[in-house]
Design a protein around this ligand. Structure first.
Ligand SMILES: CC(C)(COP(=O)(O)OP(=O)(O)OC[C@H]1O[C@@H](n2cnc3c(N)ncnc32)[C@H](O)[C@@H]1OP(=O)(O)O)[C@@H](O)C(=O)NCCC(=O)NCCS
Length: 202
């Protein structure tokens, strides 16, 4: 029986990488309790997080859990009861490649005071194990040039070109903007579920 507090079944994570972690650190699925273990603070190392209350965190967590495509994996320093690293795998269902699946890696982050301890590499390796356990035929990600050497050290190769378009609240686009100013993050998870994403009901 899978705990409802976990985002996904922990059995999907292999045991092999646990030895790579410093003593007292565990790797596991994101849990709803992680709001109180500094998860939102950790994400702020990566980018602007905005206003995320415990209520909106829980609603989004449950929406992700129901959709069954989110595999956010975290490392916790159990002595400090603090989440110190995270990476997201989103498993996309496709018709091509015989109804195959593609993994998308997003939001890889290690707390500033924990960088350089191979936690980032362990998260990436774990997301690759997960991708294979989920039978993805490939897993891809976008990153800055500055971070490309890190992903290459994790065994990934450069492929293709990254494209982006950013949308403002009024529906206009700001193709020249470097960061998103989308207000869609202010929608509640229930609104997202009702509307779906790009017309696809969750
Ligand atoms: C990028 C990041 C995830 C790396 O995590 P980390 O735990 O510090 O990295 P690791 O200790 O696992 O490093 C693994 C290897 O990659 C190298 N490495 C890490 N970051 C690197 C970088 N930016 N450029 C070049 N090499 C890098 C390390 O030196 C190490 O090399 P080694 O195996 O030869 O010793 C982390 O620095 C981070 O969270 N940065 C801020 C957020 C961010 O930019 N996220 C990525 C979004 S695409």
């Amino acid at each position: 029986m899978v705990s409802t507090s976990h985002l996904f079944d922990p059995n999907l994570l292999g045991d092999d990488l646990k030895a790579d972690l410093p003593q007292g650190y565990v790797i596991r699925p994101l849990s709803q309790d992680d709001f109180s273990k500094g998860y939102v603070d950790l994400l702020s190392t990566l980018t602007t997080v905005g206003d995320v209350t415990e209520e909106s965190f829980n609603a989004t967590f449950q929406a992700m859990r129901r959709s069954n495509i989110y595999y956010i994996t975290v490392i916790e320093d159990t002595a400090a009861e603090r989440v110190v690293a995270s990476g997201s795998l989103i498993c996309e269902l496709k018709f091509i490649h015989s109804c195959g699946k593609v993994g998308h890696v997003e939001d890889v982050v290690v707390a500033k005071d924990q960088q350089g301890k191979k936690l980032g590499a362990t998260i990436i390796k774990q997301l690759m194990v997960l991708s294979q356990n989920l039978e993805c035929y490939k897993t891809i990600l976008d990153c800055s040039e500055a971070n490309a050497p890190f992903y290459k050290k994790c065994g990934m190769i450069e492929k293709g070109v990254q494209m982006a378009i950013y949308f403002d609240k009024d529906g206009s686009n700001g193709a020249d903007k470097k960061t998103s100013t989308s207000e869609s993050s202010k929608e509640t998870a229930d609104e997202v579920i009702t509307k779906g994403i790009n017309g696809v009901k969750l």
